[in-house]
Ligand binder design. Structure first.
Ligand code: SF4
Ligand code: SF4
Length: 94
């Protein structure tokens, strides 16, 4: 693996150098808890999707909301904002 650049190698302001490069940052790798949906209580309003800071919640082909766990960092904002409290956070196994 190539060594990471030092801070002196970074451009001023650290602008994004390449479009869509955030896709390479698998923020789910350091998650300590994951959201679990009770789809029977979900009214498919999309509020969880709007609030997720990783924009990793999307409805599947049946319209059931799910998080992409490659990017879900386990912040719990979706569970906090869900209008029907149908999302609970579950600790990851060690
Ligand atoms: S826990 Fe945080 S990052 Fe994961 S889906 Fe919910 S809002 Fe998004
Ligand atoms: S906020 Fe809750 S009720 Fe609304 S779509 Fe998300 S999980 Fe379903």
């Amino acid at each position: 693996m190539a060594p990471l650049p030092g801070w002196k190698d970074l451009p001023p302001g650290c602008p994004i150098q390449e479009p869509l490069s955030a896709r390479n940052n698998l923020t789910g790798s350091w998650r300590s808890a994951r959201p679990i949906w009770d789809h029977d209580k979900c009214v498919r309003c999309g509020v969880c999707d709007l609030f997720c800071p990783e924009a990793c919640i999307k409805p599947d082909h049946e319209g059931l909301y799910q998080a992409n766990l490659d990017y879900c960092k386990g912040c719990g904002i979706c569970a906090q904002e869900c209008v029907t409290q149908c999302i609970s956070m579950k600790q990851e196994e060690e």
